[in-house]
Design a protein. Structure first.
Length: 98
């Protein structure tokens, strides 16, 4: 993540990763930018990591379709998502291709 800031890219702060359960977008909520939050990771937790990286401003807005998000300055952005499972011995990335 540090490399993103060194090359003057940024991360959108409006959206966060989230827990996976029978509820949609539940805790834990995971920020994708530098912060001082702490969170105890416990075996069995499943959540997403889904940063949105921008080449300019991290300020964004959502179109009227309630899905499309664009940067305020028109800069390009990329978003990706992985789902991870905390295990007794570490972490398993559930969304890696076979």
């Amino acid at each position: 993540m540090i490399a993103i800031y060194l090359i003057r890219y940024d991360t959108v702060r409006h959206y966060r990763g989230h827990g996976i359960s029978s509820d949609f977008h539940c805790a834990p909520f995971v920020k994708h930018f530098r912060n001082t939050d702490t969170m105890e990771l416990l075996p069995g937790m499943i959540f997403t990591i889904e940063p949105m990286i921008t080449e300019g401003s991290a300020e964004c807005h959502e179109w009227s379709d309630n899905w499309t998000v664009v940067t305020q300055d028109g800069g390009r952005a990329a978003q990706f998502e992985h789902t991870v499972l905390i295990t007794e011995t570490g972490v398993e990335i559930l969304t890696l291709p076979p």
